[in-house]
Write a protein of this length. Sequence first.
Length: 156
Amino acid sequence: MQGITSDDLVTQLLRLLPEVNPYFEKAARRHDLRASQVTHWEQVNTHPGTLLSEVLAHPLFQPLMESPEIDAQDEDFLKRCFEFIEALEEDPTGRLVDTAYVTFVESFLESREVLDRAFRFAWPRTRAEILSMLRAWNVPVEPAWEDASGESGEQG
């Protein structure tokens, strides 16, 4: 997937992660819109990170990241989430890189289990961002986390 820009954020979010539809509908209704009328995040929120927190991170992504166990369907969803996060990290304008960090990457500090799961699914740019964050916070980095040949090798 190519990098996502601010202008195509809504389209790519709904295409890659249709599970957000009920939450997106709710956000659109608050502005007297139907989800199908929303073409840009500014129509339903003041910041892309706020929208992503509302429709993806808080209701869907973080609960799965913190779940003791995930099934095959959850695993598929997380793979697509990490593909989406990677595309935010690759925004050619650079505007969504901080959004990816604040909305998703920082939450990986929740626990060792969440970090393990993040590294299991992270794509290269996201993996590098997580490692950079850990080093900045003086969190010990496990050698396995630096090994990009794990399951994340499937993404490419």
